[in-house]
Design a protein around this ligand. Structure first.
Ligand code: ADP
Ligand code: ZN
Ligand code: ZN
Length: 749
């Protein structure tokens, strides 16, 4: 044994939540650096692990340490800042080592998949005219193949050449044997570029000159890029103000300085136009090479993309939240478009928030981060107010196009008139008809986030709220009571509306299918297409529909707010929001914020071309703040009011919230252990954390499991998580009771 052997500290992907030490044999010492994946023995098995530190102080006598068996790839798959990010994820989100590694490193990389090789061919020797003539005479097939290869400037894929000319492998082999051509092995390039995004044509680069506001915003970001250190900007611009062009200008600057760019979007499939525009700008530049990182990449594509990023040959990655972990060695700029979108939050452990991780990564990398939105989250807004983020504003739409005019239809009056519950108001029906006659297009949004169980009076719009919190009570069908999910307060269900005495008081809901039918009745000849979860799952169908809509083959598109993101259809002049209330009266302190964002985003889809747009919002609560401020386009005022109300209740972003959710098939057991846990935390952290619960979750039963949650409010998440992890060891929760932690939850149902 050699006492000079380097000792490395390894995180294993093996359900073993402690770093282990290994010795590195001399032959591997040069390469066994932090960020390299290694195969190591673990008991009698072997496991893959990530070297997180080299040259560490061993925790066992050297002779007791086992040897690293071999390295999966010769180069690091994680950069030093990413290793620090991993440590932070583990601590902040209370995640296990295995969980962090599985989140950060894609499966095919983790499992040590090998890059596939393929053969490329080029001419080895130049035949003169005479030689070529004689080859033609003796072996015309070979001559044809040789000529084709010799005409190419660069090596070509062997398979492609043979297919193209229909040549036989025998002719190819003969040329090879004669030394006229040569072949080389290269890694298969599998990076996917699927370009069927509805055949969208994107403005080519020359046509775009930034307007004054865009230029000012760009210069502000450029200045931060020049400082070469961590600065976060909020690009706060109304819908259609040209935020993407500002991102692109900033990206070009970073690339020119030899740096790489990370660009996050809420969901690749739902933002085809933003992705398409970036791709058309960057992927055809040989030296840039943009990678689009999305969930439908094959394993091979994923491996190649990762490796291309890790070795710096790809300099731009565009993707949804998991792209935030892309191994870019020379990162210079991080961009998060639509930063307010809940889709950035992962709904499986470690439940990280892509935007928050992006900002933290920019901090660790000491680079510029740009967050963009028309309706910033309260979290981001607070950071602007505190002076932590710079803000750049775009107040006008491109070419001074008008923001659409928003009509709010009071469905109570509508119902009084028609004497029955209505899905489509006469105003919306009339405007739909008008657009169809003019050959213009409409989009109808259904707000799917709502529950059926909110008590909403269809006559006066009254919603039953809790006495102790500013949230609606939830109707529980099982025991016919109203409950508050924040504080547990219970009340009897009123038989009549407490506000107007109406007997119509009851739960409410609606669906896409019904809307489609109703619209078809109003416009029997119109081409109406519905997009729902089924369509979303089928990538091609979804694309086909969007493509058809763009080409004018569809008159009315009906869908959930999922399709509201980033779509830019110039011929859409009417947008209808069928049930604006549904996201308003959910028991969630973000209900107002979400509704407001939704209305602004949705109405942002109208009037993006030369024709002006109109928006019709149907609601039973026309006076509600989110609706009124969205109608007037007063984003700042809304944010300020919401800000104050959050401050008053000390909700996020004024404190962090950590939610612990227990579930079990056995309701009593789940409640019992939730109580146990809560008591332990109270005893141990008295005065350091505000704890609420346990109370039943609003979705009390999910997949036959009964659910209870505890809420912890804190200023110091890492400190709280450390304590909670320590308490875990002291509360023996049985296997049939499961619990999870959700740090900074985006949904509290
Ligand atoms: P946002 O992301 O702010 O909603 P986009 O970036 O999608 O806005 O821009 C809206 C439209 O305006 C796009 O079609 C884009 O190509 C176009 N556009 C942006 N900037 C300019 C400009 N300076 N000159 C002309 N067209 C522009
Ligand atoms: Zn009423
Ligand atoms: Zn309450």
């Amino acid at each position: 044994m050699n006492l000079d052997d380097t000792v490395v500290c390894v995180w294993l992907v093996a359900g073993f939540d402690k770093p282990l030490h290994y010795r590195v044999p001399a032959s591997m010492r040069e390469m066994a650096k932090p960020g390299v994946l290694a195969r190591v023995p673990l008991g009698r098995r072997q496991s893959i692990g990530l070297i997180v530190e080299a040259g560490c102080e061993p925790d066992l006598p050297l002779m007791n340490l086992k040897l690293v068996m071999d390295l999966v790839f010769p180069t690091p798959i994680m950069t030093p800042p990413l290793l620090r990010l991993a440590a932070w994820l583990r601590q902040y989100y209370g995640a296990s080592i295995q969980n962090v590694l599985e989140t950060m490193i894609p499966g095919p990389v983790r499992q040590g998949m090998r890059a596939k090789m393929e053969k490329w061919v080029s001419a080895a020797e130049k035949l003169d005219a005479e030689g070529l003539a004689s080859l033609r005479k003796r072996a015309p097939k070979q001559a044809e193949l040789y000529e084709f290869i010799a005409q190419q400037f660069r090596p070509q894929k062997k398979s492609l050449v043979l297919n193209r000319l229909g040549s036989s492998p025998a002719a190819y082999k003969a040329l090879l044997d004669k030394g006229l051509i040569k072949e080389e092995q290269r890694e298969v390039e599998r990076v996917a570029y699927d370009d069927e995004l509805g055949n969208v044509e994107y403005a080519s680069k020359q046509e775009i000159v930034l307007n004054d506001e865009q230029q000012t915003a760009y210069e502000s970001v450029a200045q931060s890029l020049d400082t070469g250190s961590f600065v976060t900007h909020l690009l706060f611009g109304v819908t259609g103000s040209g935020k993407t062009e500002v991102y692109i200008a900033a990206m070009e600057k970073a690339l020119k300085a030899g740096r790489s760019v990370l660009f996050l979007v809420p969901e690749v499939a739902l933002t085809p136009q933003t992705v398409g525009r970036l791709r058309s700008r960057f992927s055809d530049q040989d030296d840039v090479h943009a990678v689009v990182w999305h969930s439908s990449l094959s394993d091979g594509e994923r491996l190649d993309a990762w490796m291309a990023l890790a070795d710096g040959s790809a300099k731009v990655v565009v993707g949804a939240r998991s792209a935030v972990f892309a191994p870019m060695p020379n990162l210079g700029l991080v961009i998060v478009d639509e930063e307010h979108e809940p889709a950035f939050k992962q709904d499986e452990t470690p439940r990280y928030h892509g935007r928050d991780v992006a900002v933290y990564r920019a901090f660790l990398e000491n680079v510029v981060c740009v967050l963009g939105s028309a309706t910033p989250s309260l979290e981001t807004y607070r950071n602007v107010k505190r002076g932590k983020y710079k803000v750049d504003r775009l107040t006008k739409r491109i070419d001074d196009r008008q923001l659409p005019m928003m009509h709010v239809v009071d469905m109570r009056t509508e119902m009084m008139r028609t004497r029955k519950p209505t899905t489509l108001s006469s105003l919306l029906a009339e405007k739909l008809r008008d657009r169809w006659e003019k050959g213009e297009q409409s989009i109808l949004f259904i707000n799917r986030r709502g529950y059926n169980s909110t008590m909403l009076c269809p006559e006066c719009g009254h919603v039953e709220e809790c006495k102790h919190c500013s949230v609606p009570m939830t109707f529980h069908r099982s025991d016919n009571t109203l409950k508050c999910h924040l504080c547990g307060h219970e009340a009897d269900v009123p038989w009549r509306c407490p506000s107007c005495n109406s007997e119509q008081f009851r739960g409410k809901g609606s669906g896409t299918q019904r809307i489609e039918d109703v619209v078809q009745k109003v416009l029997p000849k119109a081409r109406i297409v519905r997009i729902d979860t089924d369509t979303m799952g089928r990538k091609h169908l979804f694309r086909e529909i969007l493509g058809g809509f763009r080409k004018g083959k569809i008159d009315v598109l009906v869908g959930t707010q999922m399709i509201a993101k980033g779509l830019d259809f110039p011929n859409v002049t009417l947008v209808g929001m069928v049930d604006a209330d549904l996201s308003l009266h959910v028991p969630d302190f973000r209900a107002n914020e979400r509704t407001f964002q939704l209305l602004v985003q949705v109405s942002g889809r109208a009037g993006r071309g030369d024709l002006a747009g109109e928006v019709v919002v149907q609601t039973y609560t026309p006076h509600a703040e989110p609706i009124q401020f969205a109608r007037r386009g007063e984003v700042d005022t809304f944010l300020d009011i919401e800000f104050e109300s959050r401050e008053q209740f000390q909700y996020p972003p004024f404190r962090h919230l950590v939610r612990q959710v227990f579930r079990s098939r056995n309701a009593d057991k789940a409640m019992f252990f939730a109580e146990q846990f809560a008591r332990k935390v109270e005893a141990r952290m008295a005065g350091k954390v505000e704890l609420r619960g346990p109370t039943p979750c609003s979705i009390e039963k999910m997949k036959d499991h009964y659910r209870y949650h505890i809420w912890y409010f804190t200023q110091n998440v890492s400190g709280l998580m450390r304590e909670l992890k320590a308490i875990e060891a002291e509360v023996p929760v049985p296997k049939d009771v499961i619990y999870i932690f959700d740090v900074d939850p985006m949904s509290v149902s």
